[in-house]
Design a protein around this ligand. Structure first.
Ligand SMILES: [Ca+2]
Ligand SMILES: [Ca+2]
Length: 201
C-alpha cells in the first residue's frame, strides 16, 4: 500500500465513495438520466438492482479511487449479486490520460497554497476574474474542478470552499480532502480531469 493510500483514512471513505460514483457518472454521462439514488448514493441497474460503493466494512479492500495507480480499486456490493470486484491484476477500470499532478486547492496554479488561491476561487465565483477554473472546461461542475477546489467536501464548488481554504491557511482548519496530511502546501497528487501543473513543487 502506498503512502498516499495510507494517508486517506476511514473518515474520508464517504468522500471517496462520492468520487467513485462521480467517476462512474462521468463514464456514463451519455445516459439520459442518472441511476444514482439521491439520498443513499447507491447505483441502480435494472438487472443488478442497487449497488453500494460505500464499502468501508471491507477495510483496505473498500471501493475507492487509487489516484496513484489511476484506477478504481476494491469491492462494491450488489444487493442481488453480492460482492463486485472492481479490479484485479489484469482487469480494471483506469482513468489515466485525464489526470495531471496538482496541489489540492491550488486555484491559481502557481504551485503554492496561500491567500491567492482563496482569492482566485472567489474571483471565479463572484467577479469573473479569473474567468474560469484551471481544469477541464473550467466550469463549476466539471469533475476536475470539484477534485481541485471542493475543500469543504460536498461535491459542489461554492463560497464554503473558499472559506474552508481560508480557515486552513489562517486558522488551522481542516486540510483539503485530497491533500497529503502534513504536506498540504508542498505535495502534488494525481488529480483526474486536471492538466499537469508544471509549477508543482
Ligand atoms: Ca496557489
Ligand atoms: Ca464544497
Amino acid at each position: 500500500m502506498s503512502e498516499l493510500q495510507r494517508t486517506f483514512g476511514g473518515s474520508r471513505a464517504i468522500f471517496f465513495g462520492a468520487l467513485l460514483l462521480a467517476g462512474l457518472l462521468c463514464v456514463r454521462q451519455a445516459l439520459p438520466q442518472s441511476n444514482i439514488h439521491p439520498t443513499n448514493k447507491f447505483a441502480w441497474g435494472e438487472n443488478i438492482g442497487w449497488v453500494n460503493f460505500d464499502t468501508r466494512s471491507k477495510g483496505t479492500e473498500r471501493a475507492r479511487l487509487d489516484l496513484v495507480a489511476q484506477r478504481f480499486r476494491g469491492y462494491a456490493w450488489g444487493e442481488n449479486v453480492g460482492w463486485i470486484n472492481l479490479d484485479d491484476s489484469t482487469h480494471f477500470v483506469e482513468f489515466g490520460g485525464l489526470s495531471g499532478r496538482q496541489l489540492p486547492g491550488d486555484c491559481n496554479q502557481d504551485g503554492d497554497l496561500d491567500l491567492s488561491d482563496a482569492v482566485c476561487a472567489l474571483g471565479v465565483l463572484f467577479t469573473g476574474n479569473p474567468p474560469v477554473f484551471p481544469c477541464g472546461d473550467g466550469s463549476l461542475t466539471h469533475f476536475g474542478i470539484v477534485f481541485l477546489i471542493d475543500w469543504q467536501p460536498d461535491w459542489a464548488v461554492d463560497l464554503s470552499d473558499a472559506i474552508a481554504a481560508l480557515t486552513f491557511i489562517f486558522s488551522g482548519g481542516s486540510s483539503h480532502t485530497l491533500a497529503i496530511l502534513g504536506m498540504e502546501t508542498s505535495a502534488c497528487v494525481v488529480m483526474p480531469g486536471c492538466p499537469d501543473n508544471s509549477n508543482c513543487p
